[in-house]
Write a new protein. Structure first.
Length: 229
């Protein structure tokens, strides 16, 4: 009996709670019922609180994982240095954020000039450097992928070349007098075939999301429980 109750709590109770809270959020969106709206607002507030605590737990788990990596490092393996660097920077930025909140009397640490300076001169610069390096990988992948072995690959190659020339400043210099006509062709590619394909993808994703939501509401989708069926 105890085993059956435990199994019920493990599978059926989370499904019932998920269905209940999902129906509350859906009904509060489409029906202007004040008690329901107030309850959904309270749920959203609690969601923010839970997410914040989840971020704290995630930070602790990351530090523990990299601490174990440092402790169990093997001779000749210097990758533990990166784990040390990650832990140091995580703690440093966490302490800096708390200090920024205390000194500015604001819940947003971005109001502190030191916090903002480090973010703009370290984080933003590193992001830009990483994205610039991705350009070389994209060029390499494009060179391997854009080979006109089939008709579909040839269409992809021609359209990709046209869009690159359309977006690059060199395109206007290459085509010279016919540059306006080429730009019009680039606009057509961007606004007609590309937009049509993108809208098809969005519609397909929306239908898939609706189907997944129905499966979750009816209890058929249990992957989020972790234990599966």
């Amino acid at each position: 009996m105890v085993k059956l109750v435990s199994l019920y709590k493990k599978k059926e109770l989370p499904i019932m709670l998920t269905t209940f809270f999902a129906l509350v959020m859906i009904l509060s969106t489409y029906f202007q019922i004040k008690p329901l709206k107030d309850f959904s607002s309270t749920l959203q507030t609690w969601t923010v609180i839970v997410v914040n605590f989840s971020a704290i737990i995630g930070t602790v788990m990351i530090i523990r994982q990299h601490k174990n990596r440092i402790v169990k490092r093997k001779p000749g393996d210097n990758s533990w240095i990166f784990s040390t660097w990650l832990i140091v920077l995580t703690l440093f930025y966490l302490i800096l954020g708390i200090y920024a909140v205390e000194t500015t009397n604001s819940p947003m640490p971005t109001q502190n000039p030191t916090f903002t300076w480090i973010y703009n001169n370290a984080q933003v610069a590193l992001d830009s450097a990483i994205y610039s390096l991705l350009g070389f990988y994209i060029a390499s992948a494009s060179f391997r992928a854009f080979k006109a072995r089939t008709k579909e690959a040839a269409v992809l190659l021609i359209s990709a070349a046209a869009m690159m020339l359309y977006n690059a400043p060199a395109g206007a210099s290459i085509f010279g007098p016919v540059a306006p006509q080429f730009n019009a062709f680039g606009d057509w590619l961007l606004n007609v075939p590309n937009a049509a394909a993108f809208r098809g993808i969005i519609i397909g994703a929306a239908v898939g999301a609706i189907a997944l939501g129905i499966r979750v509401l009816t209890g058929r989708e249990r992957g989020y429980l972790g234990a599966g069926e």
